[in-house]
Design a protein around this ligand. Sequence first.
Ligand SMILES: Nc1nc2c(ncn2[C@@H]2O[C@H](COP(=O)(O)OP(=O)(O)OP(=O)(O)O)[C@@H](O)[C@H]2O)c(=O)[nH]1
Ligand SMILES: [Mg+2]
Length: 526
Amino acid sequence: MSASLDDRLTALRTVRTTGGDLIPAALATEVDELLARASRRRELSPGSTVVGLFGATGSGKSSLVNALVGADVARTHVRRPTTSQALAVTWDAEGAADLLDWLEVRDRVVREEPLDPRARQLVLLDLPDFDSIEAGNRAVAERLAAQVDALVWVVDPQKYADDVLHAQFITPHARHAEVTLIVLNQVDLLAPADVPRVVASLRDIVDRDGIAKATVLPVSARTGTGIDALRTAIGDLAAARSARDARLAADIAALADRLDSPGEPRKLDPKSRAHLVDEVGVAAGADVVARAVAGSYRKRSAQATGWPVVSWIARLRADPLTRLGLGPKRTSGDPAVHRTSLPPANAAAKAKVSIAVRGFADTAATGLTETWRSAVRSDAERALAELPDALDLAIARTPLPARGSWWWVVFGILQWLVVLAGLVGAGWLLAAALLPRIGMPAPEIPEVEGWAVPTLLIVAAVLAGILLGLLGAALGGVTAASRRRRTRRRLLAEIEQVVAERVVAPISADLDRAREFAAALKTAAR
Ligand SMILES: Nc1nc2c(ncn2[C@@H]2O[C@H](COP(=O)(O)OP(=O)(O)OP(=O)(O)O)[C@@H](O)[C@H]2O)c(=O)[nH]1
Ligand SMILES: [Mg+2]
């Protein structure tokens, strides 16, 4: 199905905005010019149909205009110089004035008797030849070939197969069949029997140029052969009043044909996204921080629950979280400006992030053409430059589990009770040994199964302290491991946000843009 002109124009505008600088500069300029031309032409004399006669010098354009109009309005010639200014024949001077100003056609002839009763709003243009050595002639013909609503190509029996005509003028208008008439003039110079053969040969060439549906008319400006048919064909174009839109639609389609499709953008794969988050997370230090959280917990747990005789040693070790700048005291800082003291990513970690991000971008861009792939790639590079800082901030703002456990207090009290029991035993023995020397009565030392109770008390205290210490360490180990996992999860969640925002979002936007561009291009070209 063919799209309406409005749809095509909207589509072309979308192509322009979504394509941005991915459209080669020269083509982008053409798109802008076409959009401007289309909106200007649509404002001007909507009912008018501008039909221009194009062709090589001497093919008989001016003579045909005279024959069509039935009067010598256009200068014809036998010797050069030839037509060098466009000439307009109109049947409604007022209505066509602005349109002719826009077309920059100053020579205007106004006629009374219409060329066809349905063609009162026709503007017929006699134009300079387009293959002229005169650059000026050629420029006028080229400009107007882009501006008129319908194109009449005038060829003669000698030059109808001319390469310049076909390669430079007919082929580029392959999309314009609906608004193109091909006229074989000067058929009076052919033997009547040869006319069908030359017409067939011309049609072949035109078909090969891609204008399969264009009408080919044999005429003679000199004898009047075929002029009525040409008048009717031009009258049909003017009466339909659709040439203007059909021409612009064909322009859009032809330009869309020359723009490269972005390829076939794919959907982002959630698996490759998860893999990216993992890789980046590890490289950003999620494991290092999670281990430090566990280490910090274990250290403080050992301090609180260990056998007091040796647990003070744990106090001497630095807290691994504090060493990373993530210790319990960091709450004072503003997390927006806070930087961790995580060691800057080493070369291996950096390489890992680069590989992960570039790999993700490459996977996302499969199916796209090189131009669009490189856009995705440069977004990935931009993301790579921003990532280290963004990741560090993400880690700094992640709430880390830092509080101690309730059972530390219980263990602490028990440990001191146990120490107290040991001290009682030791004091008891000491008293029993020393008091008699200063003439005081020694305390009684009861025995159980042949063991002195104070000795038993000391041994039990040591054993209980060590046992409590071991139990505390085991419990602390389990809790630390669970905190390590929880921390890792939280960090990865923050890191995932950063990755989503800095890496996935721009790349996903590129893919959306490519999809929108492809769809619009398809509509424009349909
Ligand atoms: N035999 C014959 N001669 C023709 C016919 N049409 C035009 N001529 C002659 O061809 C010559 C050129 O005709 P023009 O009408 O000036 O040709 P043109 O295409 O306007 O040429 P430029 O303005 O130079 O581009 C003139 O001598 C005409 O008389 C025709 O149908 N038959
Ligand atoms: Mg002429």
